[in-house]
Write a protein that binds this ligand. Sequence first.
Ligand code: HEM
Length: 410
Amino acid sequence: MHNKSMTTAADPQSLLLTMLDPAVRADPYPLYAQIRARGPLQLPANNLTVFSTYAACDEVLRHPDAASDRLKSTIAQRAIADGAEPRPFGPPGFLFLDPPDHTRLRRLVSKAFVPKVVKALEPEIVALVDGLLRDVDGTFDAIAGLAYPLPVAVICRLLGVPLEDEPEFSAASALLAQSLDPFATVTGSAGDGFEERMRAGRWLRGYLRDLIARRRRDPGEDLMSGLIHVEESGDQLTEDEIVATCNLLLVAGHETTVNLIANAILALLRHDGQWAALAADADRAAPVIEETLRYDPPVQLVGRIAAEDMTITGVTVPKGDNMMLLTAAAHRDPDAVQRPDEFDPDRETIRHLGFGKGPHFCIGAPLARLEATVALTALTSRFPTAALAGEPGYKPNVTLRGMTELPITL
Ligand code: HEM
């Protein structure tokens, strides 16, 4: 894993290319430490600035000139000037929008995710976990057996997506998760599998459009029916925006919480006494989850665009630059966190940017925390002597990093 570019003073682009190498996925943290030690990296030819300290990531996320709409980047502007269509697939999910559209769309769905509403889902989440753990024994893949099916069932229920269709759209969702990887910004090309990802996107949008038509005829208690009702009762959103919003929620529900649950299981089993301590005291779940979000976060980086020239921790970012915020590196910044490379749920304060910060702070955070709490307390208390049964495998994903399997002996 330690290839030459990790041990010599590589140029910024080589360092970032190493980050994209699937071989570093199992443990990207030594490489992040190297990147962080180099300070902000600027690649003017790519219109890219990379921040990896806590102070810099935090400052960008709070900055009023840090935009999320990719159309504001110099790269997009150049493509548009060369004749490219600005949004060939319709509006993006509100994760990639700025005010006023971001504010309007976020407000329409945020009610469904506030802590009080989410808390009411607890009995159902407990029942789902009970069902998943009922007859398990021997060696158990914690991904296929628990970490993946739980959040998927919950988000499908919330959105009103029939769980029977799940095998079809889980493949599309996995491909779409890869489109968040920073291939284009680092290499200047779209990366392997671009066409396949585009096909998956088209398929999922078509699937959602069909489902919207069904819900229009036969509404339910779900979020999609709620958004259709808003659309029909005024001019607050369009059908394209409903598709983009449901797409965002469906992919977020599939590709993030799974990794929080799995990364927590792995950390607990790799650190002496942590599994048994949670098995004996369910109240430890909250700090275990926060420490996992810091130590091994499901979302490893987030992107922003400089809407104006910006100065971040003394570094000038030209207007239109893409900013890559390596939050997973920031979480282990020794200037911000004591003993940063230790997994320690008992540390006095656990600071992290694992759910982001500022106007785009994760809307699903209360739901993800609740699902992880129920899953981890059930698994540890039922199987207090569980152990790792092999090394986990990792997907190639850089941004939404996660395991393919996590075998444990119960
Ligand atoms: C452990 C699980 C999760 C993690 C680590 C996570 C992480 C994040 C992060 C870091 C952001 C901010 C991105 C940015 O600033 O550019 C974000 C935004 C978002 N997340 Fe999550 N997320 C998780 C689960 C969920 C779930 C379960 C849902 C919904 C069902 C969800 C929906 C969203 C949405 C809609 C946004 C965009 C918010 C906005 O732009 O205003 N997330 N998430």
